[in-house]
Ligand binder design. Structure first.
Ligand code: TXA
Ligand code: MG
Length: 333
């Protein structure tokens, strides 16, 4: 089908309150119209996602977002600097005479909403074709690795989604960076596709961040450690010497992930992901490919916590918590 026709078809499906998976520059999203709780409910059902985990709402422009969330000067500055792009801002919801414009089901009852304008052309075409904002979490089953191709979406969600728009592989490869601007102090809720340093430079202020092992609370439920987990065990290492010792202990029954090549590690396969942005682009597709009993175990060398390295470290840490993840998932299903 020609580009314009498929976008129109997707817009019709969303308008009827059904689900469309679409590419963004970060990962594929599972979209529903954000202004209808009955449509949004289908997202939670399709993903087996607990409803205490709020959704990000997508807009075609800053101007469109302004009618649904309150932008202060800091929010305005970040939106102007980084949108469209891999940045989500958590802002106060706007209320009209009927109540909050973004329903409680989207925000998990919080009086704030995560808003974002993606840069992927197909996503923007879709968002420009509808009259409502689109709520979209990553288009994977809850707790599993996020999808970076249309095939990943189909493998995980199959016919639970009414249409999958295929925009090719995602160019950023990890989810958006989430910054909470609802309080007086700007907080980094999730490192992601926009480097923390770029945001701090623009704000002229450091972001407060709780680090890699924040408590599981309903205040920032996306920080659940259950995310990004393949079934194969993942172990993470700061030092190549420690990784090498572990690989030897496993008799090389493992696959090693690292940013740059190294030698002397017994393993079934050594995957060199590349530095920084290249590592982020390749990470999720690699975790999915290796999610196979023949892998044995994944040993990953953590990149330095700079640029996109921070998001890659975060996702690897969470993947390494897969057992915790599965327990949480079972508990919340
Ligand atoms: O790159 C991305 O952000 C992708 C694409 C599809 O846009 N979306 C994504 O959504 O990663 P999801 O649902 O997998 O992660 C959204 C996370 C939630 O888990 C939650 O932590 C946070 O965003 N979030 C959303 N609204 C929030 C709010 N009001 N307060 C705090 N955190 C919020
Ligand atoms: Mg997700």
């Amino acid at each position: 089908m020609p580009y314009q026709r498929i976008v129109e078809e997707a817009a019709r499906i969303l308008t009827r309150g059904r689900l469309v998976a679409f590419p963004t520059e970060t990962v594929y999203g599972l979209g529903a119209r954000a202004d209808r709780p009955e449509a949004v409910a289908k997202i939670f059902q399709a993903k087996n996602r607990p409803t205490f985990d709020p959704l990000i709402v997508h807009f075609p422009s800053f101007e469109a977002a302004e009618a649904w969330a309150k932008f202060d000067e800091r929010a305005f500055l970040l939106a102007r600097t980084f949108w469209p792009g891999p940045l989500t801002l958590v802002l106060p919801r706007i209320h009209d005479k009927h109540g909050p414009r973004i329903p409680d089901l989207v925000t998990a009852g919080l009086d704030t909403v995560g808003v974002r304008v993606p840069s992927q052309p197909l996503a923007l075409a879709l968002l420009n074709s509808v009259e409502f904002p689109v709520a979209a979490p990553s288009a994977n089953l809850f707790g599993y690795v996020s999808p970076t191709t249309a095939d990943h979406v189909r493998q995980g969600l199959g016919d639970r989604v009414d249409l999958v728009l295929d925009g090719g592989p995602c160019t950023v490869g990890v989810e958006s960076t989430i910054v909470d601007l609802a309080g007086p102090v700007p907080r980094l809720l999730r490192p992601g596709g926009l480097p923390r340093e770029a945001i701090e430079d623009a704000l002229g202020q450091n972001l407060v961040w709780e680090g890699f092992r924040p408590p599981v609370t309903t205040e920032a439920p996306g920080m659940l450690e259950s995310h990004y987990s393949p079934s194969v065990e993942v172990e993470v290492f700061e030092e190549i010497s420690h990784l090498r010792a572990r690989a030897a202990e496993l008799d090389g029954q493992c696959v090693v992930l690292s940013a740059s090549p190294f030698s002397g590690v017994p393993c079934r396969e050594a995957v060199v992901l590349g530095e920084d942005a290249a590592m982020a682009v390749a990470l999720f597709a690699t975790l999915r490919r290796l999610d196979d009993p023949r892998t044995g175990r994944i040993l990953a060398l953590l990149p330095p916590p700079e640029g996109l390295g921070l998001a890659v470290r975060d996702r690897l840490y969470r993947a390494a918590n897969s057992r915790v993840g599965r327990a949480l998932q079972a508990g919340s299903a």
